[in-house]
Design a protein around this ligand. Structure first.
Ligand code: ADP
Ligand code: MN
Ligand code: MN
Ligand code: MN
Ligand code: MN
Length: 367
C-alpha cells in the first residue's frame, strides 16, 4: 500500500509501531481518546488520556478541558473550554479496551459553543421520539494527497471523463480502495452501524453509508465514522476532503453530498407512502431555511454543488419525485412500489453537520 503516498513512510517504521502497540498495557489502564468538532464546524480534533478503569456508562467519563484559543473556539484570555463525553465506542487504532469518546463542547458557563449543534438536535429528537425517527446518511468524500490533489488524478491535466468510475474495479479507475476497506473494518470493529460503501462518479471519490440510526445517534455515529476515516487516511499518508466541490473538480465532475434518508414508524408501516408524501409539505415550507444549514457556511458551499446538473436539484427551488435524482427529495422506486419505507433528502452537502441536518428534517416534518 506504500504506493498511496508520495513520501512513503518506511515499512520499518510501521513494524516498530506494531511492536509497541502489540505490548499489552497493564490491565488496570485504558486509553480514552476524546474527540470533538472544532470552531470550523467541520474539522475534528482529539486528545488522549489514561484512565484507571473502563467506565460502564457514558456519564462516568470525566469532563475534560482544552485550549479553545487553538481550535477557533475561544479568545486567549478566556481559553478554557469543556469536553463533555456524549458517545463512546471501541478504539480500532489503539485496540484492546481503549475507547473513542465523542464529546460536545461547552464554554465556561457550560453552554454549547457556537459550533456545537448537538444539544439543539437532541432536544428535537427527544420531542419526537414517539415517532421512532430513523436516519441513514450517505457520506461522499474525495481522497486527496497533502496538497489537495485528488488521488489517481494526473499531476497535470485531467483524468478521462466521468463514466467509468462509479462502483468501478481496476487499477486505472478505482483509486484508494485500501483506505475504504480499512475504514469499513475499523467502523465494524468500533460498533458503528456502517451500511455499506461504494466508489463514486468522480475519480478518487467514494461513499460510505451510516444507518439506520435512531434520533441523536445518527449525528454521533456519522461524526465518529468521519473521525475514523481521517485517521485511517492519515496512516496511508493521504487526506480526506469533505468539500462538496473542491476547486480542482469545478469542471464536469460530480460534487459530493450527504444524502439523508429518513423514516418514521408510520412511514415504515403498510400504507406508509401516504405519510411520506404528506411530509413533502413541511419539507417544501422550510426549503430556504434548510439550504442555509445544510453546509457549515450558510449554504455557500452547497451552491457550488446544487446546480441542477450532475445528479442534483437546483438550490433555489424545492422539488420531489419518485426515483428522480434531479430532485431535492427522492422517493426510491422500491419504496413507491411497496407503498412504504423512507424518503431521501438529496440536498445536504458532504461537509454538513448531521446534527443540523437531522434536526432540520425532523422539525420540518414533525414539529
Ligand atoms: P442510494 O440508492 O441513494 O445510493 P444507499 O444504498 O447509498 O442509497 O443508502 C441507503 C441509505 O438508506 C442507508 O444509509 C440506509 O441506512 C438508509 N435507510 C434504509 N432504510 C431506511 C429507513 N427505513 N429509514 C431511514 N433510512 C433508511
Ligand atoms: Mn498543555
Ligand atoms: Mn448512495
Ligand atoms: Mn452517492
Ligand atoms: Mn443517495
Amino acid at each position: 500500500m506504500a504506493h498511496l503516498n508520495y513520501e512513503t513512510r518506511m515499512p520499518l517504521g510501521q513494524a516498530v509501531v506494531d511492536q509497541f502497540l502489540g505490548l499489552r498495557p497493564p490491565s488496570n489502564k485504558i486509553q480514552a481518546t476524546y474527540i470533538w468538532i472544532d470552531g470550523t464546524g467541520e474539522n475534528l480534533r482529539s486528545k488522549t488520556r489514561t484512565m484507571d478503569r473502563v467506565p460502564i456508562s457514558i456519564t462516568e467519563y470525566p469532563l475534560w478541558n482544552y485550549d479553545g484559543s487553538s481550535t477557533g473556539q475561544a479568545q486567549g484570555r478566556d481559553s478554557d473550554r469543556y469536553l463533555r463525553p456524549v458517545a463512546t465506542c471501541p478504539d480500532p487504532f489503539l485496540g484492546g479496551i481503549s475507547r473513542l469518546v465523542l464529546c460536545d463542547t461547552l464554554d465556561h458557563n457550560m453552554r454549547p459553543t457556537e459550533t456545537n449543534h448537538r444539544q439543539e438536535c437532541a432536544e428535537i429528537m427527544h420531542q419526537i421520539r414517539q415517532h421512532r425517527p430513523w436516519f441513514g446518511m450517505e457520506q461522499e468524500y474525495l481522497i486527496v494527497d497533502r496538497d489537495g490533489h485528488p488521488l489517481g488524478w494526473p499531476k497535470h491535466g485531467y483524468p478521462a471523463p466521468q463514466g467509468k468510475y462509479y462502483c468501478s474495479v481496476g487499477a486505472d479507475r478505482a483509486f484508494g480502495r485500501e483506505v475504504v476497506e480499512t475504514h469499513y473494518r475499523a467502523c465494524l470493529h468500533a460498533g458503528i452501524n456502517i451500511f455499506g460503501t461504494n466508489a463514486e462518479v468522480t475519480p478518487g471519490q467514494w461513499e460510505f453509508q451510516i444507518g439506520t440510526c435512531e434520533g441523536i445517534d445518527m449525528g454521533d455515529q456519522l461524526w465518529l465514522a468521519r473521525y475514523i476515516l481521517h485517521r485511517v487516511a492519515e496512516q496511508f499518508g493521504v487526506c480526506v476532503s469533505f468539500d462538496p466541490k473542491p476547486n480542482v473538480t469545478m469542471g464536469d465532475w460530480n460534487g459530493a453530498g450527504c444524502h439523508t434518508n429518513f423514516s418514521t414508524a408510520e412511514m415504515r408501516a403498510p400504507g406508509g407512502l401516504t405519510a411520506i408524501e404528506a411530509a413533502m409539505t413541511g419539507l417544501a415550507k422550510t426549503h430556504l431555511e434548510s439550504m442555509k444549514v445544510y453546509d457549515p457556511h450558510g449554504g455557500q458551499d452547497n451552491l457550488k454543488r446544487l446546480t441542477g446538473r450532475h445528479e442534483t436539484s437546483s438550490a433555489d427551488k424545492f422539488s420531489w419525485g419518485i426515483a428522480n435524482r434531479g430532485c431535492s427529495i427522492r422517493i426510491p422506486r422500491q419504496v413507491a412500489m411497496e407503498g412504504k419505507g423512507y424518503l431521501e433528502d438529496r440536498r445536504p452537502s458532504s461537509n454538513c453537520d448531521p446534527y443540523k441536518v437531522t434536526g432540520m428534517i425532523a422539525k420540518s416534518i414533525l414539529l
